[in-house]
Design a protein around this ligand. Sequence first.
Ligand code: AMP
Ligand code: GLY
Length: 425
Amino acid sequence: MKVLIVGGGGREHSLAWMMNQAPKVEKVFCAPGNAGTAIEGENVDIDVEDIDGLVEFGKKEGIGLTVVGPEVPLTMGIVDAFEAAGLRIFGASKKAAEIEGSKVFTKRLMAKYNVPTGFFEVFNSPDDARAYIKEVGAPIVVKADGLAAGKGVIVCQTVEEADEAVHIIMEEKRFGDAGDTVVIEEFLTGEEASFLAFSDGKNVLPLATSQDHKPIFDDDKGPNTGGMGAYSPAPVVTKEIFDQVMEEVMIRTVNAMASEGRPYKGVLYAGLMIEDGKARVLEFNARYGDPEAQPLLVRVDGDIVEVMEAVVDERLDEITLNWHDSPSICVVMASEGYPGSYETGKVITGIDEADAMDGVKVFHAGTALKDGKIVTAGGRVLGVTALGDDIPDAIERAYRACDVIKWDGAYYRRDIGAKAMKFLK
Ligand code: AMP
Ligand code: GLY
């Protein structure tokens, strides 16, 4: 079977690498891919938003399964378009992807079906939004309703900051139409974790737990990024919390989506805030996390293609998914200046040496091939991923691998995994 992966980040390289190992996969295509996916198979120069072009490619090549990485093509309806063309595709339909595409939809869904989350109100007018902020006070969180490349969430410590956030989103329209409507919601405290589960619309099969590190600097300082590193499992998700999340969040939400006529097929990602032994939902994503996919996929002990096909065919109840006991960690190496502006085209050395280290796999994100050399081509450049005997061992292996990878302006956090260590003491 030929498979197509839509996207070009670290998540997509880890999917390409994993799917390449599946017995029935003959060839992996990635659109548009990066220098790493080119090693696993073949890159196709089609943009993730060019849905007609992707459908045409799928038909021409006889692609047996397409897997979608990023949220934008999902919310645009890539899954519906492939299905209409008779092509098999793993991912949420346009109606199901609303769970990531509209924060208003999702907060209302959670309220209606009693999925634990913070209090909130929805506003179309800046004046009404400000009146509410004045009433409830700070800290408070202001969110643009629509997709804003992960930037439409403003955590405000004071009422003044929240007023300014309303201005940025609703009046200045920094995120365009995504800011026509805002959600103002309770500021939740605690520790964050990522909880991903496969769903075929009815059945829910959880993945292992994981935790991202969103801010750019150590100790979670500085502006948020797409994610600077992740590890799995996340010990903050105890057995009790795992059970609570399965029942009150994942199964409840999948059932809610079915009741609303939006059956959820694909991978559902809940961003959780955990405090006092209970998890509440910050947001949902309609896809694999990036970088969470990297440490999760290296721990899969089995055939991920079989699982994804069972989702597409709505027979997930027949599947069990095993995990290696070894914990894993992924350290994201980024371009200096990210998440602000940065330079590209820097020659990267040491990837092969790092990749050859015991337990290490280097996934490419923003990389490209230029004159036979691998060069930087994005903000997040590599996801240096390692399995270890235990968490400290995995951390040590990943950082030893980072040490041998060099380019002019390479930056990475030094504390990925540190949050897990406190549970080991
Ligand atoms: P999101 O793009 O919705 O994942 O939000 C980005 C980050 O903002 C999250 O990872 C949290 O760190 C933070 N955040 C979002 N919503 C809240 C909230 N209600 N309370 C506290 N922090 C939040
Ligand atoms: N790692 C966060 C995300 O994928 O949205």
